[in-house]
Design a protein. Structure first.
Length: 365
């Protein structure tokens, strides 16, 4: 089916300034496939069901809306922890500000440097979970990322990591437009914690694909904030094996526009997936959207979605959460909670919880 003219025009505008890497190596097929998905889906618009509450115009414009970086005294985020720091400035890796990535039980490679290397697990995974996450809901900004990401990290945990990996994002240019793609594989029984913090860029598009094998565990803590004018669209795609664990928490403060999407696939029995977030918003320019889609496709799995927002002076918060229980996913335990504290009559919290259940022995609310 041909795209409506408005979508076609928006897609052409967004793609006009982008080009696939000249030597994408083993990511070539994934990038070409992602570009084809973008062209078939088109850029998101307000008429799309999952964009009714959030205007994607700033994400699909040819150039980012300028966002002034407000220099201030360093905030000691995670400074009390022994961790491996990996720093990006406006989407460009800063080796001088980063630590040596050597970490027992963990392999860490930059995406931009990996194209000539034979990394089978990454070649098999790059773009795979993103593509799976396009059903049943189109996520064109994630496909755009897979096609055009300039850098990111490939992280493979083969054992229990002795300390967390900290991805640090710094924003300096008022017009920076960063596209980063991280691929993470947790081998059977392995355990890894990833920390993220910083405003990243004036406009930021990030994808994180996380595959967790049987008995593996992935813990994720993210702090978004500091710069008032930044715009960020982030996507987490994760697939869990048997008795695997995924836990993610995000704290957001400031930022003009934030859309955090999380797509979780419980593919093995007895898996546990928890995703949670909290935000503090101040002002009519503040718009924060948490969109979550959890698919239960195995028995005795547990999922939790818990989001809370404090909003004032006309700020807007959004929560869209869905639990899909596939046939045969008996003994599913799925739960959603979304709460807001509105400190004035101009602020608003828009909520769209959904349950779709195709099994008869479940506990979902």
């Amino acid at each position: 089916m041909a795209l409506p003219q408005a979508k076609l025009t928006a897609t052409e505008v967004r793609l006009a300034g982008l080009s696939l890497p000249s030597a994408p190596g083993w990511t070539r097929l994934a990038r070409e496939g992602a570009l084809a998905r973008v062209q078939a889906m088109g850029m998101p618009g307000r008429r799309d069901e999952y964009w009714r509450f959030t205007d994607p115009a700033d994400f699909v414009s040819a150039e980012p809306v300028p966002a002034t970086h407000h220099a201030r005294q360093k905030v000691p985020v995670f400074d009390g922890m022994d961790r491996v720091r990996l720093v990006f400035v406006d989407g460009v890796f800063d080796a001088a500000a980063s630590d040596d990535p050597a970490l027992a039980g963990v392999e860490i490679t930059r995406l931009a440097e990996a194209q000539g290397q034979d990394i089978h697990w990454a070649a098999d995974l790059y773009g795979t979970l993103e593509a799976r996450g396009q059903e049943p809901v189109d996520r064109p900004l994630a496909a755009l990322n897979t096609a055009f990401a300039t850098d990111g990290f490939l992280i493979r945990a083969t054992g229990r990591a002795e300390k967390p990996v900290n991805l640090i994002y710094r924003h300096e240019s008022d017009t920076s437009d960063a596209i980063l793609h991280h691929v993470i594989k947790i081998e059977p029984g392995a355990d890894l914690t990833v920390l993220e913090n910083g405003p990243a860029a004036a406009r930021f598009n990030k994808v994180m694909e996380v595959e967790i094998a049987d008995g593996g565990a992935f813990h994720h803590v993210r702090l978004q904030g500091r710069d008032h004018g930044r715009r960020a669209a982030t996507h987490i795609f994760t697939r869990l094996g048997r008795e695997a664990t995924f836990k993610s928490f995000t704290m957001t403060a400031n930022g003009a526009l934030t859309r955090n999407e999380c797509m979780i696939e419980l593919a093995g029995d007895d898996g546990v997936a928890h995703v949670a977030g909290a935000c503090v918003g101040d002002g009519a320019d503040f718009h924060h959207d948490d969109t979550v889609f959890v698919t239960h496709d195995a028995e005795r799995c547990e999922s939790r979605q818990v989001f809370k927002k404090v909003l004032k002076n006309g700020a807007t918060g959004v929560f869209q959460g869905k639990i899909l229980v596939q046939p045969g996913a008996q003994k599913t335990d799925g739960y959603q909670l979304s709460q807001s504290l509105l400190l004035d009559g101009d602020s608003q919290f828009l909520v769209k919880p959904e349950l779709e259940i195709h099994a008869d022995d479940v506990a979902c609310s």
